[in-house]
Write a protein that binds this ligand. Structure first.
Ligand code: PLP
Length: 469
């Protein structure tokens, strides 16, 4: 996506309803305000409000967005708390010590939820989302490696690398690019759409800062085999002496597995897992943007990366990319933890999984589709057209469903399965069984038309769909 650019050529100014302009001289409008320059004069708040409000009316209906993992509904009480906290700056821990305390409690709750061997020794912080959390975790891995290899880094032949599946979320490619780390990616193979533990271990060498395991993959919602990955790295250590830490990117799954898959061992129970991140604004059930990064102990997070600033008063350690950051999301996360508890989270996540699994069954029963995942890990299903279907493809389905308001992304898999294109449905809290019925009905109604096409018709695949991965 290009960065925002200025307007090309002449642009019309904002058009203003006469009610707000001429007929409303107290509005202070002396002419239509320009779109891309600061207006010369102020205008009345009610006029400005209406202009912005009207412009935003054409944004999508988030509840029909099955592409995003991000929370689109919270209770009014959470909204009220966020309004009350909208002026709080997370960095200002001295001015807002209670907000800072809520952050600490959230970290402690997550350390306990993710089975830190000694929750009081675990360290962590809130972030703006998983991307920032992954940057911080990656930086800790890189610094630890650099400290271990101080005798030969920096030098030409010691270029750090990070091992991961090719299905990683784009934030890991960003990390590698921004921090000059080589990304070593295990490709997909056959019906394996995520990391293979053995293949990952084989990519490791003395310059590997860590291996990223994903719970679960944005491409299809599957959990990567974290315990098997750790076992493969244990074997590697026995053979070669290389001791490679694992970071678990649990952007979605770290808030699903603890409630729905209690027997799955993926977290700090595995000694090799050094750090874990999650997105508070995905299955942590908070509006965007909040994320969390935790390290199993302070040894996993080099002290030299932690900053202590005292010019706002106080002396609180922080680890973050940004300085100022809104505090409301952290209050909302604490509210959600307090409000739901373990049982509440389990009920909410189970409801999403139930909807995903039932929808998977119903889509499969239509006969036109082959399911790759069925919502039994993340409440996410990925499916493609069945072998005999030649008159339309997944891009046609995405485009036509959009006519009914549904946002269902279609996209092509990466190496070595570029031949495979899929549709993905992310079931979140708020996507009820009733909405799933409507989705099924719309898709069912569409199928005869799609089957009657002479061939797949979507030429501009990039704009027909949107893949938020
Ligand atoms: C969404 C996601 C991210 C990025 O998270 P944000 O909170 O959107 O920054 C990283 N990794 C995985 C696996 C994700 O699903």
């Amino acid at each position: 996506m290009p960065l925002s650019q200025g307007p090309k050529g002449h642009e019309r100014p904002l058009s203003v309803n006469p009610f707000l302009g001429a007929a409303n001289p107290v509005g202070g409008m002396t002419g239509a305000p320009p779109k891309h320059r600061l207006p010369e004069h102020p205008m009345a708040p009610s006029t400005a409000y209406q202009l912005v409000h009207d412009e935003l009316m054409l944004d999508g209906n988030a509840r029909l967005n099955l592409a995003t993992f991000v929370t689109t509904w919270m209770e009014p009480e959470a909204g009220a708390l966020m309004m009350e906290c909208r002026d709080k700056n997370m960095i200002d821990k001295d001015e807002y010590p209670r907000t800072a305390e809520l952050e600490r409690r959230c970290v402690a709750m997550l350390a306990d939820l993710w089975h830190a061997p000694d929750p009081s020794a675990a360290v962590g912080c809130s972030t703006t989302g998983s991307s920032e959390a992954c940057m911080l975790a990656g930086m800790a891995l890189k610094r630890r490696w650099a400290l271990r290899n101080a005798d030969r880094y920096p030098s030409r032949d010691a270029r750090p690398n990070l091992v991961m599946g090719i299905n990683v979320q784009v934030c890991w490619e960003k990390f590698c690019n921004f921090w000059e780390v080589e990304a070593r990616q295990v490709p997909m193979e056959g019906e394996r759409f995520h990391l293979d533990p053995q293949a990952a271990a084989e990519l490791c060498d003395e310059n590997t800062i860590g291996v990223v395991g994903i719970l679960g993959s944005t491409f299809d919602g599957s959990y990567e085999p974290i315990a098997e990955l750790c076992a493969a790295l244990d074997a590697l250590q026995e053979r070669t002496g290389l001791d490679i830490p694992v970071h678990v990117d649990g952007a979605s799954g770290a808030m699903i597995a603890p409630f729905l898959d209690e027997d799955l061992v993926w977290d700090f129970r595995l000694p090799r897992v050094a750090s874990i991140n999650t997105s508070g604004h995905k299955y942590g059930l908070v509006y965007p943007g909040v994320g969390w990064a935790l390290w199993r102990s302070s040894e996993a997070l080099p002290e030299e990366l932690v900053f202590r600033v005292n010019y706002l008063g106080g002396d609180m350690p922080t680890f973050a990319l940004n300085f100022s950051r809104p505090g409301a999301q952290v209050a909302a996360q604490y509210y959600t933890f307090l409000r739901l508890g373990r049982r509440g989270f389990k009920a909410v996540q189970q409801a999403s999984r139930d909807v995903a699994q039932s929808l998977a069954g119903r889509i499969e029963a239509m006969g036109d589709f082959r399911l790759l995942t069925r919502g039994d890990q993340l409440p996410v299903l990925a499916f493609t057209t069945a072998d005999g279907v030649t008159s339309y493809d997944v891009f046609d389905v995405a485009r036509r469903m959009r006519e009914n308001g549904w946002l269902v992304p279609a996209y092509t898999f990466p190496a070595n399965r570029q031949d495979l294109s899929v549709l993905r449905l992310v079931c979140r809290n708020g996507f009820s069984e009733d909405l799933a019925d409507l989705f099924e009905a719309d898709l069912t109604r569409l199928l005869p038309q799609l089957r009657a096409q002479p061939r797949p018709l979507t030429e501009d695949r990039a704009t027909a769909t949107a893949f938020h991965h």
